[in-house]
Design a binder for this molecule. Structure first.
Ligand SMILES: Nc1ncnc2c1ncn2[C@@H]1O[C@H](COP(=O)(O)OP(=O)(O)OP(=O)(O)O)[C@@H](O)[C@H]1O
Ligand SMILES: [K+]
Ligand SMILES: [Mg+2]
Length: 695
């Protein structure tokens, strides 16, 4: 689902933004933005000069100093306002997600199991590690992980999707989010976040000014802007002695005033981009939320604009991930019932959806005897490293798992790997299903008798519409690679069906991590989309890491974005938003610097015509008077910030064109626009001032 965009200038957001613009006059806030800090100090300076003028000792007429001062303060306030408005919008969007964060009464369990006594506590008192019981009709009091039970959960408050989802312990569907509602049955949940630290809270922290950090690109741009500011500061400061010297040498003219010098400085430094820079970044986060993506890192949004490779996990990301056992294919000489019985024994303690579905299918296939809970049985849990699970009974070890893992296990015993099983495995894999081989040994000693019992087919479905979306990513210049723990044949079948560019099969979490590191070492920016706990290390390493909201808590913690729609191709939007943000920043920087050219013509002749009358010839714009020229330039400089707020908040339009074409287009529009706009704007303001009788 996509949330509807807020109107750009919503009355409910405008008022607080205006108040906030004044609150941001705090020098500690201003200090964070060096370019605007110069304007801030300049405004303080001219304010003092104005007071002096009111007292009758002004360097220029009080009305002139007063008017310049007023517009310098407006410049600071407009920049503050842009930032406050962007923050307000992003906050409002986040609040629409947090709307359900009401006070919830939690049933806190004394022990981490169902049936333990519970006490009622307020949801805010819960800490990481606390265990709660959530029953039908209850709201989830915290973000957490299901450790027992299965329930249908209404997550519409977060995803906007009305169909309930199943949340259960064990597999990749165990994460639950605070504020969502359990519709049926019950679950025992371990809280994974302290109050105020859920991923939604972190995202909100990111848009709040106080906690926001500059991204690497923002820092680089800020350094450039500061360097420019320093150059202009130096130029302006040295103009004063020159002016005084010229007046003394010629015994004629008047030296330039401090007010004019400060006005000149503010007009020349890159205030347009300086004033809008943080608004552009915050607006990017807001746009992510509109796409139903909660970003917890500004740096990741920026990196998204430059992504080269997208790695995706298969199960749960490209496919629906609800792998269900659909058939038993016994080895020669083994009956279906015998295979079903063994598979069932090996799955009794397997809490993954795969394990549970095997038990269900075994019952349907006539595995009649309910295996008694054998006190001597010890269960071997599934792990992404071993890629198998099973049970150890006295004199009988049963395993089920990936074919290559089981093959190694069987060959260790010295037994053969039957050809018939290879054929079953291949047939299942070619259908895009996951084959699980079931086998048994009498002991782990080499040479102990072993037997392969057959293959269980786990069916999964490729999410619809995915192929077209991958084609779109290809057009954007992004390579898609599927990485899966599954075997090569299944991987190849799913890769072909989904239309990815490449795949890596039989991958362990270490392999996934290694692939990302290697790709990054080649100088490429890597995005990763995944849902499972075993994807967490890879997600933590990727530059842009989008965790599926349907996935595990571990995946969400490791990623730097969560897609509430759990849509693997959401990266298309994420990339577009990233590119749009980078382009907006570039466009406004170009515009801001191009602006200077016109300002030279407007303000320099005006500032120094009193000192060097010959400069009058440079008054190409035929402005009314030197005072009017300077004031018009200052007013234009302030108003252009307001005029560009919509562009900063909405972003320039992104089109899937080549990078070079885009750059040329933007240079033309914003470079040329930046040169022309002030000539027109300053002239108009000058005429208006004259009409109103100000100058
Ligand atoms: N419960 C289980 N018991 C035994 N073996 C399993 C179980 N679940 C999965 N396997 C086997 O282990 C392999 C890897 O596991 P898993 O599917 O979790 O890997 P993955 O790296 O997350 O890949 P994917 O992209 O498919 O999610 C599976 O392909 C399957 O052969
Ligand atoms: K400027
Ligand atoms: Mg997985």
């Amino acid at each position: 689902m996509t949330r509807s965009s807020l109107p750009l200038f919503d009355a409910d957001l405008l008022r607080p933004a205006v108040v906030d613009a004044f609150a941001k006059l705090d020098p500690r806030v201003q200090w964070r933005n060096p370019v605007m800090f110069v304007v801030y100090v300049g405004s303080l300076f001219t304010s003092a000069l104005w007071l002096q003028a009111l007292a009758g000792q002004g360097e220029a007429p009080a009305w002139f100093i007063g008017a310049v001062t007023l517009w310098l303060w407006f410049t600071v306030l407009f920049a503050n306002f842009a930032e406050a408005l962007a923050e307000g919008r992003a906050r409002a969007q986040a609040a629409s997600l947090r709307g359900m964060k009401k006070t919830v009464v939690a049933k806190k369990l004394a022990e981490p199991r169902s049936g333990a006594p519970w006490t009622q506590v307020p949801g805010e008192s819960l800490r990481r590690g606390d265990v709660v019981l959530v029953e039908a009709g209850d709201l989830l009091p915290c973000d957490g992980e299901v450790i027992e039970g299965v329930a249908a959960v209404d997550e519409s408050a977060i995803t906007g999707e009305s169909a309930p989802v199943i949340r259960e312990s064990g597999g990749d569907f165990s994460a639950v989010t605070g504020g969502t509602k359990v519709l049926s049955d019950w679950i025992v949940v371990r809280c994974t976040a302290d109050p105020g630290e859920s991923f939604l809270d972190r995202m909100i922290g990111l848009v709040e000014g106080a906690k926001r950090r500059k991204t690497p690109n923002e820092i680089a741009l800020t350094i450039l802007l500061v360097a420019l500011t320093l150059v202009f500061l130096l130029v302006t400061v040295t103009l004063l002695p020159f002016s005084i010297y010229a007046v003394n040498a010629n015994h004629a003219g008047v030296p330039v005033t401090l007010t004019v010098l400060i006005a000149l400085l503010v007009c020349l430094i890159p205030t347009t981009i300086g004033g809008l820079l943080s608004a552009i970044g915050v607006a990017g986060m807001g746009r992510m939320l509109l796409a139903n993506v909660v970003a917890t890192s500004g740096r990741a949004i920026e990196a998204a604009g430059d992504v080269d490779v997208l790695l995706l996990d298969k199960t749960g990301t490209i496919t629906l991930g609800n792998r269900q056992a659909s058939a038993f294919l016994p080895a020669p000489g083994v009956s279906v019932t015998e295979l079903a019985d063994a598979a069932r024994l090996a799955s009794l303690a397997d809490e993954t959806p795969e394990g549970r579905s095997i038990v269900t299918l075994a019952r349907q296939e006539g595995s009649a005897h309910e295996p008694a809970a054998d006190p001597a049985a010890s269960f071997v849990a599934f792990s992404a490293q071993t890629r198998m699970s099973g049970v150890d009974l006295p004199g009988r070890l049963i395993r089920k798992g990936a074919a290559d893992a089981l093959k190694r296990w069987i060959l260790e015993s010295g037994s053969a790997w039957p050809e018939a099983v290879v054929r079953h495995v291949e047939a299942v894999a070619r259908r895009g299903s996951t084959p699980l081989v079931v086998a048994e040994r009498t002991s782990l000693e080499a040479g102990s008798p072993a037997r392969v019992l057959g293959v269980v087919e786990l069916k999964d479905i490729v999410k619809s519409g995915i192929k077209e979306r991958f084609a779109q990513l290809r057009r954007m210049g992004i390579r898609t690679v599927m990485i899966t723990g599954d075997n090569r044949l299944t991987a190849a079948a799913i890769a072909a069906e989904a239309g990815v560019d490449d795949f890596l099969a039989e991958a362990t979490p270490e392999n996934k991590l290694a692939l990302i590191r290697q790709t990054q070492a080649e100088g490429r920016l890597v995005a990763m989309t995944g849902d499972g706990t075993n994807d967490a290390p890879a997600l933590a390493q990727a530059d842009v890491a989008v965790a599926m909201h349907s996935g595990t808590q571990a995946a969400k913690e490791a990623g730097n974005m969560v897609d509430l729609d759990s849509n693997p191709t959401k990266l298309i939007e994420v990339v577009e938003i990233g590119k749009q943000m980078l382009m907006t920043r570039g466009a406004l920087t170009t515009f801001s610097i191009a602006n200077d050219i016109a300002k030279y013509f407007a303000i320099i002749p005006a500032a120094f015509v009193a000192t060097y009358p010959q400069l009058g010839a440079l008054n190409l714009m035929h402005l009314a008077s030197p005072d009017s020229a300077i004031l018009s330039a200052v007013i234009f400089n302030a108003l252009i910030i307001v005029a560009l707020i919509p562009l900063a908040l909405k972003g320039v339009r992104y089109r899937a064109l080549g990078a070079a074409v885009l750059l040329r287009r933007n240079l033309l529009i914003y470079g040329l626009g930046g040169i022309v706009a002030p000539f027109v704007g300053i002239k108009l303001i000058d005429m208006l001032l004259r009409l109103m009788g100000w100058t």
